[in-house]
Design a protein around this ligand. Sequence first.
Ligand code: UDP
Ligand code: MG
Length: 153
Amino acid sequence: MEQTFIILKPSTIQRGLVGDVLTRFQRKGLIIAGIKMMRLSEEILKEHYAHLVERPFFPSLLKSMMATPVIVAVLRGKDVVNVVRAMTGATNCRVAAPGTIRGDFGMSGQENIIHASDSPENAEIEVKRFFSPDEIFDYVPLTLPATYAPDEL
Ligand code: UDP
Ligand code: MG
């Protein structure tokens, strides 16, 4: 089954929203395949946000992502990359639709609660960047047959 990668950003840790955000993914029926807390280094952030390194807001983004440890996780499910991006909402929380995580929990373009991989290709790269293979678990929750039709699995 497809995997995606998420970061619960320092804004989520600081504001005590870790449970609320994770609960949404669990209620949706996604499987947590890996989860841990870590501090992000400048080095890993420059890799992770390589597409933004030249942007004027990058130093501020760097500082924001290093303000506290973060929680990183791997989520598993059918079409999970698209499902999680849809649940995440637009980058700027003030524009993100109500009902999305950013739309419901944030007010900022930078302090926007969560990172989520934007394509299956990037998800694979990001999972490898933040997790070693022994930190990702393959198991079948008892709820799976009630979550999907047989031909969806
Ligand atoms: N960001 C920012 N200002 C901007 C654009 C992005 O601070 O004008 C931050 C924001 O935290 C965002 C992250 O940089 O989540 C990565 O940007 P990207 O365009 O990849 O947005 P995302 O994929 O997170 O929606
Ligand atoms: Mg992005």
